[in-house]
Ligand binder design. Structure first.
Ligand code: SF4
Length: 283
């Protein structure tokens, strides 16, 4: 069995498997550190990622009650200042709701393993007229992805599914019905264009079957090397590209934008800060 008992799956690791089985193996099974940059210029990319991380921290502090004016004084970078201004004026605020949770993790058993998700924010609204469970994900990517691209992401399937299966403990032990769940992507650079996905019992059943099938595919891989990505586009922004003989130099930021233009699908390669991945990948 390629994956041993105790292994936990997440949207990030499953997405890696879908994009490139070899990357899943190198990153999550072998824990292989490979010193290549993901995109050029490297320093600019690192600076951008750090700002994304700081934005998530600011929102988390705001959610637990630190006044926005106080947080604003800690901002000394241009992108971050712009995102924060957008958040304060357009963002979905978490303050004032006793059942708002920022940066929380949930897990549930699936196929003998653990399925894990770390949420940027959850908001539960329980009253007689409406009951809702909102999943909010802050995105600081440079481009606004299309709805179709987001709909196909594992994140859009794993987060609502796991909230239904395991989220009652965060909702005063009230069960969370699929029809009450909504997933919202909010883009710090595009504050007027959030993307919202409703959920349903039918989608929940489909997601469960899909996730089980993915885990079974991983288990069926055998003990050897997993196959490389069929689509080499992913390799241009992958740290393992020299190991896989898929190129020495990193893709450039503006290539990322061009790719979106060529396909008509805004498809940001995963250079956004991801709270889940930062916490998960330990080399
Ligand atoms: S370089 Fe390409 S083939 Fe190798 S792990 Fe990365 S995405 Fe997969």
């Amino acid at each position: 069995m390629p994956v041993q008992q105790g292994f936990h799956f997440s949207q990030a690791s499953l997405q890696d498997f879908v994009n490139c089985p070899r990357r899943f193996q190198l990153r999550y099974m072998d824990h292989l550190a490979w010193p290549a940059v993901e995109s050029e210029p490297a320093l600019e990319n690192e600076r951008y990622m750090q700002q994304g991380q700081r934005f998530h921290r600011l929102v988390q502090q705001h959610a637990i009650g630190v006044p926005a004016q106080r947080l604003e004084k800690m901002i000394n970078q241009e992108d971050l200042a712009y995102w924060w201004k957008n958040y304060v004026s357009h963002g979905i605020t978490l303050t004032g709701n006793a059942l708002s949770k920022a940066e929380v993790a949930l897990y549930a058993p699936l196929r003998g393993f653990r399925l894990l998700a770390k949420y940027d924010a959850l908001v539960f609204i329980n009253n007689e007229e409406e009951g809702k469970a909102l999943i909010i994900d802050w995105k600081t990517s440079r481009i606004r992805p299309s709805r179709r691209w987001l709909a196909e992401r594992l994140q859009t399937r794993v987060y609502p599914y796991l909230l239904v299966k395991a989220g009652a403990c965060l909702n005063q032990d009230n069960p969370i019905f699929p029809e009450k769940v909504e997933m919202i992507y909010w883009f710090a650079a595009f504050p007027d264009q959030p993307e919202r996905f409703s959920y349903s019992a039918g989608q929940c059943a489909q997601d469960e079957a899909f996730l089980i099938d993915l885990i079974d595919q991983i288990q069926a891989m055998g003990e050897g090397k997993f196959p490389l990505a069929l689509d080499e586009t992913a390799c241009r922004f992958c740290t393992y590209r020299s190991l896989c003989a898929r190129g020495e130099s990193a893709g450039k930021w503006d290539e990322e934008l061009e790719l979106g233009d060529q396909t008509g699908e805004q498809s940001p390669i995963e250079l956004d800060f991801d709270f889940e991945q930062i916490a998960e990948i330990k080399f």
